[in-house]
Design a protein around this ligand. Structure first.
Ligand code: NAD
Ligand code: TYD
Length: 339
């Protein structure tokens, strides 16, 4: 089978490419990535020379470029990870989020219609459901929870989901959608909370915790997300949405303390900074459907996953130091100075 993976030079798409190339030698994995600030060829270096891997540098919102790749490759399956993914950046500058996340998705869907595919899979996020109150631990996001977005990032992802559903209903395009909770693991860009903390502490800098650190996220080790997507594409039902999560809710403060403890540092490294505007309080996935229909369960508990992640950042300093020594410094200044 020929499988197009967009956004494969990013965090989750990169882990997915590694997983697929190494698990299914008979399949051809074709990665399309624009290589934005978040895309990194170093992430793909370990698989770049493999016979069952091909890379194209292209923008998913560039209709001509995408159609040319489809004309050449005639893929069987398309999995769309490519996106602008950072909430804080979407607050600073929403426009590129609309272009990539909505227009880009529409171009990918049109290419699938034109050339015919067995399956299109949209990698979405639990953030499309909005947030849950902190004092109602009994509430979870199910696939029936109404879309209720609160920032440009999630609004753009929800718009893409609606488009995918429209293409299923109108054109009978065989699509599935997954909505996953927060991921962590190797190759995670250091603007995001967990790798930002690890990189800061390894450089003997404090870690910025927004507000009081009370917000809750439901953390999943990235490989578990990759396995879930693979199962949805192979065994999931066309037209369905699958939530992915492992009931691993933690406050940001709990996560910060865990990272500090693992790195042998104390709580004096925590710097409480001004909160994110309209900061979503709690995300929590109910994964009953994917468990019951596809038998998926997360394989890596948080305690083991965070140790593996920290070890990876210790052993791969060049990967993240390269990132934080470039343009990232300007972003960090803009985001955290005077905060
Ligand atoms: P990321 O920012 O690390 O990577 C995004 C990748 O997409 C980069 O390689 C970038 O170069 C590429 N890209 C961006 N715009 C592009 C364009 N116009 N054309 C082609 N490529 C483009 O993101 P991530 O954290 O790996 O997220 C991947 C997907 O998973 C996204 O769709 C995101 O919404 C979703 N998701 C992420 C999380 C999470 O915790 N990170 C959780 C749930 C869902
Ligand atoms: P993030 O990794 O940006 O993911 P998301 O906003 O998509 O959940 O942030 C995870 C949580 O950590 C979120 O509640 C915001 C918080 N956070 C901080 O407290 N400090 C930081 O420097 C960052 C980047 C995030």
């Amino acid at each position: 089978m020929k499988i197009i993976v967009t956004g494969g030079a990013g965090f989750i798409g990169g882990n997915f490419c590694h997983y697929m190339v190494n698990t299914y030698e008979e399949d051809q994995i074709i990665c399309i990535d624009k290589l934005t600030y978040a895309g990194n060829m170093e992430t793909l270096a370990p698989i770049l020379e493999k016979e069952n891997f091909t890379f194209y540098k292209a923008d998913i919102a560039d209709r001509k470029a995408i159609f040319e790749i489809f004309e050449k490759e005639h893929p069987d399956i398309v999995i769309n990870f490519a996106a602008e993914s950072h909430v804080d950046r979407s607050i600073l500058d929403p426009e590129v989020f609309l272009r990539t996340n909505i227009i880009g998705t529409s171009v990918m869907l049109d290419a699938c219609r034109e050339y015919g595919i067995q399956r299109y899979h949209q990698v979405s996020t639990d953030e499309v459901y909005g947030d849950l109150p902190l004092d109602r631990p009994d509430l979870f996001f199910t696939e029936e929870t109404p879309l209720h977005t609160s920032r440009p990032y999630s609004a753009s992802k929800a718009s893409a989901d609606l488009l995918v559903q429209a293409y299923v209903r109108t054109y009978h395009l065989p699509c599935t959608i997954s909505r996953c909770s927060n991921n962590y693991g190797p190759y995670h860009f250091p603007e995001k909370f967990i790798p930002l903390m690890i990189a800061n502490v390894l450089n003997d800098k404090k870690i910025p915790v927004y507000g009081k650190g009370e917000n809750v996220r439901d953390w999943l080790y990235v490989e578990d997300h990759c396995i879930a997507i693979d199962q949805i594409v192979r065994k999931g039902t066309v037209g369905e949405i699958y939530n992915i999560g492992g009931h691993n809710e933690k406050t940001n403060l709990e996560v910060a303390k865990t990272v500090l403890k693992e790195l042998g540092k104390g709580e004096e490294y925590i710097d409480y900074v001004t909160d994110r505007p309209g900061h979503d309080r709690r995300y929590a996935i109910d994964p009953t459907k994917i468990h019951e229909e596809l038998g998926w369960l997360p394989g890596t508990p948080f305690e083991a996953g965070i140790k593996k992640t920290i070890t990876w950042y210790l052993e791969n300093r060049a990967w993240w130091e390269n990132i934080i020594s470039g343009d990232y410094q300007n972003y960090y200044e803009k985001m955290y100075k005077d905060r």
